[in-house]
Design a protein around this ligand. Structure first.
Ligand SMILES: Nc1nc(=O)c2c([nH]1)NC[C@@H]1CN(c3ccc(C(=O)N[C@@H](CCC(=O)O)C(=O)O)cc3)CN21
Ligand SMILES: CC(C)C(=O)C(=O)O
Ligand SMILES: [Mg+2]
Length: 270
């Protein structure tokens, strides 16, 4: 098959990209059709984020999504990914009990979806879990800074690690995650200067969202960067399209055509 000659991205590729100074592109994907578009357009990493709770299911926070639901989304994305690396968020409650629970959840994701790795949130408290998952041969991505699964402890989605003490703890957590065997780290909504410091201090790729440009790559929620929700415009987001406008214009046109008996036409029937 000719189509099978595409070079697959691996965790090793990402490490080489950091070393070469080639930036890494990552976007979320939750379904087959979107994942196919992103894979074909050259996105390096597809993140099956627990933001599916917000974007796909309409929940206020990421907390309610279950491991079974994440597996459904991830399996759909994997079926579309020919070149991209697929990483899946471990949802809230699927890894915090202990390292055994974390490994069990990670193994389920790998077995039932065919994804290439998992991501989990937090530093020191999850180090044992990271080590155990990595020991089983499963690549793990860390996630520090704004960690939405802890929203009830913080109360807001405001920028994190602005205070010197918090910044020091974040740098220390980043080092611990690298030592525990993480292949990459996401930094969410922290000062750009701190993200740059962490990126220099670590050997593994650091991927930012609202963490400035001095990192090894960027990640956004695909529905946000395509402008599908014009009500969500945080400072770190760049909208590369206004799909809300495009979709609603098309749908209004369709509704009008149906009402006015303009669709279907002579050549759109049997
Ligand atoms: N659609 C979507 N996009 C995301 O980036 C995203 C999710 N969902 N769900 C999970 C987390 C939550 N994230 C968020 C949520 C809010 C802000 C935010 O900045 N919101 C407001 C107010 C912040 C504040 O309280 O100060 C903003 O305008 O900046 C940023 C990232 C990032 N993730
Ligand atoms: C925003 C990214 C990093 C994420 O964790 C998610 O989409 O769930
Ligand atoms: Mg997430």
């Amino acid at each position: 098959m000719i189509a099978d000659t595409v070079k697959k991205i691996t965790t090793h590729t990402l490490r080489q990209m950091k070393a070469a100074g080639e930036k890494i592109s990552m976007l979320t994907a939750y379904d087959y059709t979107m994942a196919r578009l992103l894979d074909e357009a050259g996105v390096d990493v597809l993140l099956v984020g627990d933001s599916a709770a917000n974007v796909m299911a309409g929940y206020e926070t990421t907390l309610p999504i279950t491991l079974d639901q994440m597996i459904y989304h991830a399996a759909s994305v994997v079926r579309a990914a020919k070149r991209s690396l697929v990483v899946v968020d471990l949802p809230f409650g699927s890894y915090q009990e202990d390292a055994r629970q974390a490994l069990h959840s990670a193994v389920r994701i790998m077995k039932e979806t065919g994804a290439h790795g998992v991501k989990l949130e937090g530093g020191e408290p999850v180090i044992e879990a990271v080590s155990r998952i990595v020991s089983a041969g499963i690549p793990v991505m860390g996630h520090l800074g704004l960690t939405p699964q802890s929203i009830n402890q913080f109360g807001t989605y405001a920028v994190r690690a602005v205070e010197e003490k918090e910044a020091e703890r974040l740098l220390q957590d980043a080092r611990l995650l690298e030592q525990a065997g993480c292949f990459a780290l996401v930094l969410e909504k922290i000062p750009a200067a701190l993200a740059g410091q962490v990126t220099t201090a670590l050997h593994i790729p650091v991927i930012g969202i609202g963490a400035g440009r001095d990192v090894d790559g960027q990640v956004l929620v695909v529905h946000d960067m395509l402008g599908m929700n014009q009500a969500f415009k945080p400072r770190f987001l760049r909208q590369y399209a206004n799909l809300q406008q495009i979709i609603q214009d098309a749908v209004r046109h369709y509704v009008t055509d149906v009402k006015e008996r303009k669709f279907p036409g002579e050549h759109e029937q049997y």
